[in-house]
Ligand binder design. Sequence first.
Ligand code: URA
Ligand code: SF4
Length: 201
Amino acid sequence: MSDVPPEKPSEDSLETVAAEVVGCPMCKLARTRRNAVPGEGQLSAKIMFIGEAPGKNEDEKGRPFVGAAGRILDDLLKKAGIERSQVFITNVVKCRPPDNRVPEEDEVAACRAYLDRQIALIRPKVICVLGRTAYSSLLGGGSITANRGKIVEKSGQKYFLTIHPAAAIYRKSLTAVLESDLKRLAQEVKESEGTSMEDYL
Ligand code: URA
Ligand code: SF4
C-alpha cells in the first residue's frame, strides 16, 4: 500500500481553458497579439455568443466585444431583455489577427479545441452565431445574410444564426435586423424553458 493519495481525476473548467488560452503558442496569432481573449461569462449561461476574433480594443483589454461592435451588442442585448452578465461571449479565434483580417483556416483549426471545450462545459441551450466567420467555422455555412434569423440543429446542439454586430457599424439599417433577431433569440430561449414556477403561482 502506498501512502500517496490517488490523484483526483482532472476536471476541465472555464478557468483552465482561459489560463491555457492566455499562454497559448499554438498558431501564428500568438506572435502578434497583446492579450489573448478567452471569452467571459457564466458557466450556467443558456446562451453562448460566438463572434469572429478579437479586435484592437479586445486585444488591449483581454476581453471580448468591448469596442464599437461590443457597444452595439450590449445595447441590443439590453433591448432584448438579455443580461450580458448571464450569457457567455467568445470568439472563433482567441487572438487578434493583424489589421483585423479574417482569421485563416489554420488559425481557426488550431483554436477550435478551446471553443469546443467551452461549449462542452457550458452546454448552452442555444449558440448564437454572430456573422459569417462563426457560421462557416461552426456549421460550414455560406451566406449569413441569406440565413440569418434561422435556427439550425446539429449533433443535438441548437444554433441561432444572425449577423455580426460590426456589420451594423458600416450599415446602420442592419441594427434593426440584429435587434429583431436578438429579440427572437430571447423568445426562443424562453419558450425552450417551458413552464416555470410562475405558471403555478
Ligand atoms: N468582433 C468580434 O468578432 N469579436 C470581438 O470580440 C470584437 C469584435
Ligand atoms: Fe492559441 Fe487560438 Fe491564440 Fe492561436 S488564436 S495562439 S490557437 S489561443
